[in-house]
Write a protein that binds this ligand. Structure first.
Ligand code: BEZ
Ligand code: FE
Length: 303
């Protein structure tokens, strides 16, 4: 025992204190803060649930299986973090931090809320002109997306980048098929008035990957593995905080029970149904289609 470690009559509390004290010489104060808190909470947890050796080894085996399910295409640990709400907690904290930095400045519009990125982002989607159909040949009902990108003072951001991706109308992502090409993905830049528009499909709900240890955990918890219908967007502009978010289909099944807790009320949008005819961008549609509109608002960075 380190001589400076305070001793109590409780050997378990002494153990916690000794582990924390053992980090006294680290030169990284943030690491020390994080690890000390982690050790304290971990010990507290073990004591609170009165963890047995069998339960402890079951936990170790679960984490080992989770690690074995991770490679460049599958990240079971992020899935674990997502399904336990940890990813969303980090996302919300990060955005609250950016909002605090922006607090002093006048704000006309509320910044777009962020949500989880998920495992299906694929860097390098094709950059397409505004108005393009980014889901040519993809299963699903067509949907026209439009809106603008502004800063928190309501000023339009010209040349802002929207990196967009979604599954198809049956809830499958291109990446889930070995060797598949990109589909329902694109990067688009806003025009001089900060406006964007493109065609894609109205996305469907779908289950997260359930063939690994996290799937077993979800089943054991008695939870439903589905996410409500959504389209992903990563929106960025020079001098502004990038926001990684989704637009959720209002009234989609599972909108109240998203397995990764990613739904935020401000991101739920009504898709309007239209009969065949002339579309908002002047095309003639032979089938019925949907339209969805959303304005993104970015927080200035470096304040
Ligand atoms: C997704 O929306 O793509 C997703 C997010 C978290 C876990 C699994 C999928
Ligand atoms: Fe998704």
């Amino acid at each position: 025992m380190n001589k400076s470690t305070p001793q109590s009559n409780d050997p378990m509390s002494d153990l916690t204190a000794r582990v924390i004290e053992s980090m006294a010489d680290t030169r990284d104060p943030r690491f020390k803060e994080v690890m000390s808190c982690l050790v304290r909470k971990l010990h507290e947890f073990i004591r609170e649930v009165d963890l047995t050796p069998q339960e402890w080894i079951a936990g170790i085996e679960f984490l080992t299986a989770t690690g074995k399910m991770c490679d460049s295409k599958r990240q079971e640990f992020i899935l674990l973090s997502d399904t336990l709400g940890a990813s969303m907690m980090v996302v919300m904290l990060d955005q609250a931090r950016a909002e605090r930095r922006n607090e002093g400045s006048r704000q006309a519009t509320v910044a777009t809320e962020a949500t989880v990125q998920g495992p299906y982002y694929w860097e390098g989607a094709p950059e397409l002109p505004l108005g393009s159909n980014i889901a040519e040949g993809v299963i699903g009902e067509p949907a026209y997306y439009s809106g603008k990108v502004t800063d928190t003072q309501g000023r339009p951001l010209a040349g802002a980048l929207l990196d967009v991706w979604s599954g198809d109308g049956e809830g499958n992502y291109d990446m889930q098929v070995e060797g598949a090409e990109m589909a329902a993905r694109a990067r688009l830049r806003t025009d001089s008035e900060g406006r964007y528009s493109f065609w894609s499909i109205r996305p469907s709900f779908y289950p997260i990957p359930m063939d690994g240890p996290v799937g077993k955990m979800i089943n054991h918890m008695g939870r439903d593995p589905n996410r409500p219908g959504h389209i992903h967007m990563m929106v960025s502009a020079p001098g502004h905080e990038r926001v990684t978010t989704h637009l959720f289909v209002a009234n989609s099944p599972y909108i109240d029970t998203d397995i990764v807790f990613g739904v935020r009320d401000s991101l739920i949008i009504e898709y309007q149904r239209h009969e065949p005819g002339v579309t908002p961008d002047g095309q003639t549609m032979k089938s019925s289609y949907w339209s969805a509109s959303y304005d993104f608002c970015l927080i200035p960075s470096g304040l």
